[in-house]
Design a protein around this ligand. Structure first.
Ligand code: G5X
Length: 496
């Protein structure tokens, strides 16, 4: 069936086009320093303790006993760290963080090193998309009038290529856009009076717990015609036919043996079973098949928001529409004490009807009323909030920061600092705070203000999801149905 573009209102003019996909000049000019960080100014020979980070605000009932302290010193005259572990020195060497930058913010360097070193030791547990595509050469206008585009898409070899029903190949950014996870470096309290943290579960306990959740029986009889749509270290995602209803579902299969973070898997199922919402990819069922855990969920055929931002130019009305839907998901989650912790365009799926849903809760955190903040480091560097990067305790507002970064993706096709190493990106987030937006003045004043409200370093000043939903920018939203054409067009581009 041919697309009709004539039945939609004219889109606002295309903005901020051309260079969005071009390599960004490497000479990153140093941005103005955050005035608030006097305590981080290198004065004299400063002894920086890795674990006894000062809390900016007092936190009640937090454990204060620590283990494993690394003492790293910094000599501002030589610009050299002393007593730095070998692995950090190596990481720092390859990071492109200049000597000058190290000298300016030695504490920030140590913060991000401590963070990133922990994560790099972890086997990769998340993202699945292993296929790649050829260098894109242009973007299509995400309006009703679609310009002829010349997009080089390298089709995935194991991908079923076919008509309108075939799952589209899933876009992939470089490996550095994959999610990471580190254990909290702050000590786990064993006996602090307050029982704030649960003991780590054993594998046997995890299996036992899983058995109480999953549906008995053989899913191979209930779901047929599995076609692979994503692949990664932790599992494989398929599209399948649900025999009882005839509808398409997505199935994420995870081999439990290969899971370094089994608690997170249980978390994903338990949390998502309880939290169903129109703006979230809904959990449907789960099964244990030998060593494999199957998670059945709704299937969205329109690809991810990454496909859209990298292959189309979005106007403000379209951006507002996407942002509103994601805000609705976040308001719901945060009201229910769930933090997603990995908001980025890759985790926003599009339905062929224009629906927009948040997915991949593999990193989400369920907060309890007694414990409203977290200290585990989770997410994807480029989208991480400053409080995560600098290892402060954090809460639901981290999702709002990441939403702001995702809004930048919709303007510029990629998050700030994507051409940097992850470690230098973390350093830049820690030291620059709010990122610079190219051609910010070309955005409408309400959009600029919206971005400022998301990308506010001070978490108390950063808006909540509910507050953002009342922001005038969201009144610019186009109807979701008007996105159908764009989603279809991008999908078709990707299929051929
Ligand atoms: N529905 C879905 C997930 C969502 C809440 C528990 C993870 C991928 C990939 C993935 C592709 C698709 C594609 C099309 C759907 C994924 C998840 C999840 C949950 C309920 C499970 C990864 N990386 N999908 N439609 N999912 O290739 O956390």
């Amino acid at each position: 069936m041919a697309d009709q573009y004539g039945d939609t209102p004219p889109a606002p003019p295309v903005r901020l086009t051309s260079a969005a996909r071009d390599p960004i000049p490497v000479d990153q000019k140093p941005l103005p320093k955050e005035p608030e960080s006097e305590e981080k100014k290198p004065k004299k020979q400063k002894q920086v303790k890795s674990n006894q980070k000062k809390q900016e605000k007092p936190v009640i009932s937090e454990p204060s006993n620590f283990e494993h302290t690394i003492h790293v010193g910094f000599d501002p005259l030589t610009g050299e760290f002393t007593g730095m572990p070998e692995s950090w020195a190596k990481l720092l060497q390859g990071s492109n963080i200049s000597k000058n930058e190290q000298q300016q913010h030695p504490q920030a360097v140590l913060d991000v090193l401590r963070f990133y070193d922990g994560s790099s030791k972890q086997p990769e547990t998340t993202k699945y998309m292993t296929n790649f595509k050829g260098g894109p050469t242009g973007k299509i206008a995400a309006g009703p009038k679609l310009q002829q585009s010349h997009i080089a898409v390298t089709p995935k070899t194991n991908e079923p290529v076919g008509g309108d029903d075939a799952p589209p190949p899933i876009a992939s950014r470089p490996d550095k856009t994959k999610s990471i996870y580190t254990q909290p470096i702050e000590a786990k309290p064993t006996a602090t009076g307050e029982k704030v943290k649960k003991k780590k579960m054993t594998d046997a306990e995890i299996l036992e717990k899983l058995r109480t959740i999953v549906t008995m029986g053989d899913p191979n009889k209930k779901y047929t015609d599995l076609q692979k749509i994503g692949q990664g270290a932790s599992g494989t995602v398929y599209i399948a036919n649900e025999v009882s209803t005839g509808r398409e579902v997505a199935i994420k299969q995870m081999n439990l043996q290969q899971q370094p973070k089994k608690e997170l898997i249980i978390n994903e199922i338990i949390v998502m079973r309880e939290n169903q919402n129109p703006n979230i990819v809904n959990y449907l069922d789960s099964y244990l098949v030998g060593e494999e855990l199957w998670v059945v969920m709704e299937y969205l055929a329109g690809g991810s928001l990454t496909d859209l931002v990298t292959e189309a130019v979005m106007n403000e009305g379209q951006i507002a529409a996407v942002v509103r839907e994601v805000c609705q998901a976040l308001e719901f989650l945060h009201d229910n004490n769930v933090i997603h912790r990995d908001i980025k365009s890759d985790n926003i799926l599009l339905g062929m009807d224009g629906s927009i849903k948040l997915t991949d809760f593999g990193f989400c955190a369920q907060l309890s009323p007694e414990r409203r903040i977290r200290d585990t480091m989770v997410g994807t560097p480029y989208w991480m909030a400053p409080e995560v990067v600098t290892r402060k305790q954090y809460g639901p507002k981290v999702d709002i920061w990441s939403l702001g970064i995702m809004a930048i993706e919709m303007i510029e096709a990629e998050p700030p600092y994507l051409n940097e190493t992850p470690l230098r990106a973390l350093y830049l987030i820690a030291t620059n705070g709010k990122p610079e937006i190219k051609d910010k003045h070309k955005l409408s004043p309400v959009f600029q203000d919206f971005l400022d409200k998301c990308l506010e370093v001070d978490t108390d000043k950063r808006c909540s999801a509910s507050e953002l939903l009342r922001h005038p920018f969201l009144r610019l939203s186009v109807p979701l149905a008007s996105l159908k054409h764009v989603i279809r067009e991008v999908r078709n581009q990707r299929m051929h």
